[in-house]
Design a protein around this ligand. Structure first.
Ligand SMILES: [Ca+2]
Ligand SMILES: [Ca+2]
Ligand SMILES: [Ca+2]
Ligand SMILES: [Ca+2]
Length: 397
């Protein structure tokens, strides 16, 4: 009895093994194919004819994501039933596939079908907040080699269709350095190649472009705005190396003589200038001063031609960063006839008639503390009179 039961069980198991034939087939199909697109010819690949499919009521059963595929028994094919988005179906999982069973009855047949979903390049690399530029404020004194981390872009595709590299728009100052992180992600930074110069380029507008390796290639772009911060690398510069002026002696204190002007190419306090003057030649100090803000040189002391006929001043312009520019002011003193001549009569022996003609050159007659234009000396009616711009009374002793 026992033997019989065992034999029956073995027979049953054998029968079951015979009736449930099973197989596994794999197909691959690109994502985003139209509904109805052929995934594979199931009848052909399983060696079944259309009649067997019909009589066996072939159908798809169970299986996750089985809704993506449809069995067309009249043609013996497996077709796309609804949109397959690889990125949605698998996200980072690669390779991406879904599986299900196809069953036939009389006798029962079970076939496992796996469909691999191939990536297409349907995503461009995208920067987060791509509408907002990446902005940096970098001092023009930043040393070459300084690095600035940039945003990474993301491309949802896989393999060659994913992000491959970054490109920086052509510029004189920066180049990119790309780093592949331990997790395989790529990060990117910008390295300063040569010193910035705010006075030449106060703002730089660059573009960071991320490209994938698909065909055709897709890319994403974000703007990079660099504001170059000032360093005090320019001294004040006078618009003349020498300023020349003249001033009549006895000019009142406070009178403006000449205005000097210096400019500074920097910005802010690095370009704020204060002026000062120093005596170079002439013993008389504090005869002139300068308005430290507007560069106006004015009289502060007594100017006396008889004491000094020319002043040379060193003019300095200093910015708030401590750099100094230098120029010179040369101020000539104009003589004013402010001294009565003192005449010493050395000899006076000529007799002069009352109708004497003017004596143009009577230099032997007189000496004076000052130079008297002798051609203006006349002897008239026994009185000596000096003519010129101004009549001066002569005192003869
Ligand atoms: Ca892509
Ligand atoms: Ca894709
Ligand atoms: Ca500067
Ligand atoms: Ca400066």
């Amino acid at each position: 009895t026992c033997f019989f039961i065992i034999c029956t069980l073995i027979m049953l198991l054998l029968c079951r093994a015979l009736t449930i034939a099973s197989g596994q087939i794999r197909y691959s199909v690109p994502e985003e194919m139209k509904k109805g697109s052929v995934i594979g010819n199931v009848a052909h690949d399983l060696g079944l004819d259309l009649e067997r499919l019909r009589s066996g009521r072939a159908r798809i059963v169970t299986g996750e994501n089985a809704q993506y595929a449809e069995l067309k028994t009249d043609k013996g094919i497996l077709a796309v039933n609804e949109r397959i988005d690889r990125e949605e179906l698998c996200r980072d999982l690669t390779p991406c596939s879904f599986s299900f069973e196809m069953i036939l009855e009389n006798p029962i047949e079970l076939h496992r079908i796996t469909v691999q979903v191939l990536d297409i390049n349907d995503h461009a690399p995208v920067f987060p907040n791509k509408e907002k530029p990446i902005s940096f404020e970098i001092s023009e004194s930043a040393a070459p080699g300084a690095s600035f981390a940039l945003q990474s872009a993301e491309d949802l595709d896989e393999g060659q269709n994913a992000l491959q590299r970054y490109i920086l728009s052509p510029n004189d100052y920066f180049e990119l350095k790309q780093v592949t992180n331990q997790d395989g992600s790529k990060s990117v930074k910008m390295l300063l190649q040569k010193p910035l110069d705010r006075e030449q380029h106060a703002h730089l507008h660059l573009k960071l472009i991320a490209v994938d390796g698909g065909t055709p290639q897709k890319s994403g772009t974000v703007n990079i705005d660099v504001t170059v911060l000032d360093a005090n690398d320019n001294e004040p510069n006078f618009n003349q190396s020498v300023y020349k002026a003249s001033v009549p002696e006895n000019t009142a204190k406070g009178t403006s003589i000449i205005k000097v002007h210096a400019t500074d190419a920097d910005s802010g306090s690095n370009a704020l200038i204060t002026y000062s003057v120093f005596n170079i030649k002439g013993s008389v100090s504090n005869v002139f001063n300068i308005d430290e803000n507007n560069g106006l040189i004015y009289v502060t002391g007594h100017i006396d031609y008889e004491k000094q006929t020319k002043y040379e001043l060193r003019v300095e312009a200093k910015d708030r960063g401590g750099l100094t520019g230098i120029s010179k002011a040369v101020i000539d003193v104009i003589d004013v006839n402010d001294n009565a001549p003192i005449i010493h009569v050395m000899s006076f022996s000529s007799a002069v008639s009352e109708d004497a003609l003017p004596v143009p050159h009577s230099s032997t007659l007189l000496t004076s503390r000052r130079i008297i234009p002798l051609e203006f000396l006349y002897l008239l009616s026994g009185h000596m009179i000096l003519t010129g711009d101004k009549m001066l009374e002569l005192h003869i002793y």
